[in-house]
Design a protein around this ligand. Structure first.
Ligand SMILES: *[C@@H]1O[C@H](CO)[C@@H](O)[C@H](O)[C@H]1NC(C)=O
Length: 493
């Protein structure tokens, strides 16, 4: 006899029902778990502008995509988000009203993440898109879209209030706002570090966060001034062909060359804006933002750029220092977070002030890097800068993970802690990263050592070595592996 719903089946059905009820409740409860991004703590309000600009086409490697036959590493335009100190004008609302944290189109970004995870099924792709929409689709960046740049008056008052800015010898020559170019890591986008970038903007820095189109990010749309659009997805080695075949190391070198070209082009566009060509940059910007660029003339200190990078971006930042400062790369200082362990050799030919910050997990997980421990290689990079008589630091922020510098821990603190096992409160960690960066940026301008940068070496060999910071004032957050000799009281540096 057939009993479609035997006692056992009924039990199964009710288990399924209860289970789905729990799952739906959980999903509904989860929604608020994607925290909003907090506003920035510095004295200035923050503006945000997307800029895309055509550049002379450069082919960094002839390899082509299997799918479609396009050249994989062809640079046609550069794309970055500006985070900058602003004086918003309440009556002035421009399109678009807000900037989403996950750039649109969502499905392109989702396809890219699917590729990163080597998933090709179209159902899973839809699940990815849905997940992205569910978790972060509505998250916006808490900055004023396309607001006017900080007024000169507020800039000067801000300088007086701070004291340190006015004494800066550099600022006496040019009253321009200091410029930072930010380079993201593997799987990153221009918005992935928005909290860090926005915090620095609220302290008076103009940050250009590049979206690299070298195939390292999940996905991006290349828009050129002639109205054409081209999707770029994440590129794995098996997505490209070339004759002779390209090696994994060769591809990374080509990607880094591509990234370096993007840094050059970003600086070229910023220079044009500072030179009074802002209206042309706006007219040619397919993102239709930058309505007050005309007023940016003479407001940027473009000849003294600080490059900041994370992971792959930190490897790139070190690479840009090879011949810096130069005309195309006027980079005069650099901050590197977790220099790459798998993105090729690290440049140590550096003659500008350098700050390298490792996360706790980057320092403590042993990694062999071209036959030497990664930690020792990074330490040697910082030491070689010091040996040239240039200021350099190498620090570890304890109890943090590789991605603690991104927005991920703020958006999803519970999942982040579960996945990474970090112990330091995520906001505290980001504050510490921002403080140390700000201390360094001010040091570059006025030569005064503050905060963790005023400390001497506390732990020469990392957590595996002896930590002697018991009596130092680092609140147990920092280890200092390389630092200039501590200043004696009142010494001029
Ligand atoms: C960062 O700096 C601010 C202002 O000086 C200070 O109040 C805060 O405690 C610092 N946070 C960390 C984690 O260092």
């Amino acid at each position: 006899m057939i009993r479609p719903f035997g006692r056992r089946s009924w039990r199964n059905v009710s288990v399924v029902l209860i289970f789905s009820a729990i799952v739906s409740l959980f999903v509904i409860k989860m929604l608020p778990l994607c925290n909003p991004l907090p506003s920035y703590s510095g004295p200035h309000q923050v503006g945000i502008i997307d800029v895309e600009a055509d550049c002379e086409t450069r082919v960094l490697h002839p390899a082509v995509l299997k799918d479609g036959g396009e050249i994989a590493l062809k640079l046609e335009s550069v794309f970055f988000t500006l985070f900058y100190p602003a004086t918003p004008n309440p009556g002035h609302v421009h399109w678009p009203p807000k900037h989403y944290w996950v750039p649109r189109p969502l499905s392109l970004v989702a396809s890219g993440y699917a590729r990163l995870a080597h998933i090709s099924s179209s159902i899973l792709h839809r699940v990815f898109t849905f997940g992205l929409w569910l978790f972060a689709g509505a998250t916006t960046i808490p900055a004023h879209a396309d607001a006017p740049i900080l007024s000169r008056l507020e800039h000067e008052l801000g300088g007086l209030k701070d004291g340190s800015v006015v004494t800066s010898p550099l600022l006496k020559e040019s009253a321009g706002l200091p410029v930072i170019v930010f380079s993201h890591g593997m799987a990153g986008m221009r918005t992935s570090y928005s909290h860090y970038c926005g915090e620095l903007a609220s302290r008076g820095y103009v940050v250009a966060a590049i979206e690299h189109r070298d195939g390292s990010g999940p996905g991006s749309v290349v828009m050129t001034a002639d109205g054409k659009e081209r999707d770029i997805l994440h590129i794995n080695m098996d997505d490209i062909v070339s004759d002779p075949p390209i090696t994994a190391d060769g591809f990374k070198a080509a990607q880094l060359a591509f990234r370096e070209a993007e840094v050059e082009e970003t600086i070229r566009v910023l220079r044009a804006i500072d030179d009074g060509e802002g209206e042309r940059v706006l007219r040619e910007n397919p993102r239709r933002e930058g309505w007050s660029f005309a007023e940016w003339q003479g407001r940027l200190d473009v000849e003294s750029v600080t490059i900041v990078g994370h992971s792959y971006g930190a490897t790139l930042a070190l690479q840009t220092l090879r011949d810096a400062p130069s005309k195309s790369l006027p980079v005069r200082s650099a901050i590197m977070f977790d220099p790459g362990k798998e993105s090729g050799p690290l440049n140590s030919d550096i003659t500008v002030p350098t700050l390298i910050i490792n996360s706790g997990s980057w320092t403590s997980s042993p990694a062999s890097f071209y036959g030497r421990p990664h930690f020792a290689v990074v330490k040697a990079v910082a030491q070689s800068v010091l040996d040239r008589g240039v200021h350099a630091w190498f620090l570890t922020l304890l109890h943090t993970a590789h991605s603690s510098i991104t927005d991920a821990p703020i958006l999803q603190p519970l999942i982040f802690r579960l996945v990474t096992g970090t112990r330091l409160n995520e906001r505290l960690a980001l504050d510490a990263y921002v403080n140390a960066s700000h201390d360094f940026l001010r040091f570059v301008r006025d030569g005064r050592r503050r905060g963790v940068l005023a400390s001497g070496v506390t732990s020469e060999d990392g957590p595996l070595g002896k930590a002697e910071d018991a009596e130092s004032d680092l609140s147990g957050l920092w280890e200092v592996h390389v630092a200039p000799e501590p200043e004696s009281e009142g010494e001029e540096m």
